[in-house]
Write a protein that binds this ligand. Structure first.
Ligand code: PMP
Ligand code: GLN
Length: 378
């Protein structure tokens, strides 16, 4: 068979979770919580099912949820999206990203991604017939290199994909970063896909700078988020995309033939649950406590801590501990030490190996303590 994605195998997240299960390892690889979501959210969905909300919802999502999302963005970021035309409910951020790429990228178009980046971006671009242009984040700091981004923009550039807070590095873009990007893109017609799935996980007083705050960016952007991350329900696969009406019209043309709609009872449950802002307003403190506990524990091991200002990921430098490649180290760590991690090389187009691996700290404190106990053997 002539593969459309010859370079693509099974994602590192599936591979490492399977290996963790096989070896009874503490799974700090794939990013998902090992604790329950708020029972009030489960009740809201259960009630929606019992009330008979079990048939197709409207194609872009139920109005109550689109309105709740638009209101939340307006309160947090001061940009009023029209819920009727500018918000769509998706089957997780993964589908939102693929659908946006398919909607705007034409064969021969170039799409800039910033390496390291989430592993679905490049295959999405290839499926749309586009060319992936990889611009590295600054080695060491994982900060955006705006000169390099500017140099990469050419007549064929259709889309730039950015992600803050950043998976895997935990870097958070500042307001100045966003302003610089706004100025850089101003003379161009380049579209922007802003992956903001970790929008509510920022630490040490950092503020998430949504592109919705920057009019020059919002006017050219798909802004993607995920309830899976925000409400500890990664298995529900419900996300959102916000975009100006002309962009959203194109998005919906693809969405209607891609998934058509997203499951109804969860949309009703989420719409009801979003009426209370506390669950997402409390998220930074909740995850900062976990980050601090985990960092404190890691500081007693031979792994060298890197900063983590956002997301639920903590990266460590393994070079003092091993000569293995990141990928070999993660396999070995899972099998022999009983802790699963993700090699950063999985987020680079060329498999760049700098001796850094990623742990997920969205775990019960007991899970984090057990992982630390095992990692102290290194
Ligand atoms: N983008 C990034 C940066 C992610 O980390 C994830 C989750 N792994 C996604 C998108 C996909 O989110 P979802 O689970 O809602 O599809
Ligand atoms: N986003 C999660 C991570 O980076 C995993 C999602 C997935 O398994 N595809 O670990």
């Amino acid at each position: 068979l002539h593969s459309k994605l010859p370079q693509v195998g099974t994602t590192i997240f599936s591979v490492m979770s399977a290996l963790a299960q096989e070896h009874g390892a503490v799974n700090l690889g794939q990013g998902f919580p090992d604790f329950a979501c708020d029972p009030a959210l489960v009740n809201a969905v259960t009630q929606a099912m019992q009330a008979g909300h079990n048939q197709y919802p409207p194609m872009p999502g139920i109005p109550a949820l689109r309105e709740a999302v638009a209101r939340k963005i307006e309160v947090l970021h001061g940009h009023a999206y029209d819920p009727a035309q500018e918000i769509t409910i998706t089957a997780g951020a993964t589908q939102a990203i693929l659908t946006a790429v398919l909607a705007v990228v034409r064969p021969g178009d170039e799409v800039i991604v910033l390496d390291p980046c989430y592993d679905s971006y490049a295959p999405n671009i290839v499926l749309a017939g586009g060319t992936v242009v990889r611009v590295p984040l600054v080695p060491g700091s994982f900060r955006p290199d705006f000169d390099a981004i500017a140099r990469a923009i050419g007549p064929r550039t259709r889309l730039l994909m950015v992600n803050t807070p950043h998976n895997p590095s935990g870097t958070v873009w500042s307001a100045e970063d966003m302003q610089t990007l706004e100025e850089l893109l101003a003379p161009t017609e380049v579209l922007l896909l802003s992956d903001e799935v970790y929008e509510h996980m920022v630490f040490d007083g950092a503020d998430h700078q949504s592109v919705a705050r920057f009019p020059g960016l919002a006017a050219r952007s798909f802004v993607v988020s995920s309830f899976g991350k925000t409400f500890h329900v990664t298995g529900w696969k419900v996300g959102t995309v916000a975009a100006p009406a002309p962009l959203m019209a194109e998005f919906r043309k693809v969405h209607q033939f891609n998934v058509f709609t997203v499951n109804t009872p969860m949309q009703h449950g989420l719409a009801a649950y979003l009426q209370n802002p506390q669950p997402y307003l409390q998220l930074p403190a909740f995850y900062q406590a976990k980050r601090d506990l985990f960092r404190q524990g890691l500081s007693t091991t031979r792994l060298r801590l890197l900063p983590s200002t956002g997301t639920y990921f903590q990266c460590v430098d393994i070079s003092a501990v091993t000569d293995r490649t990141e990928a070999d180290f993660c396999m070995w760590l899972t099998r022999e030490v009983g802790v699963a991690a993700i090699p950063l090389s999985a987020f680079y187009g060329d498999g760049f190996d700098q001796g850094i691996v990623r742990f997920c700290f969205a775990k019960q404190d007991a899970t984090l303590h057990e992982a630390i106990r095992r990692l102290q053997r290194l």
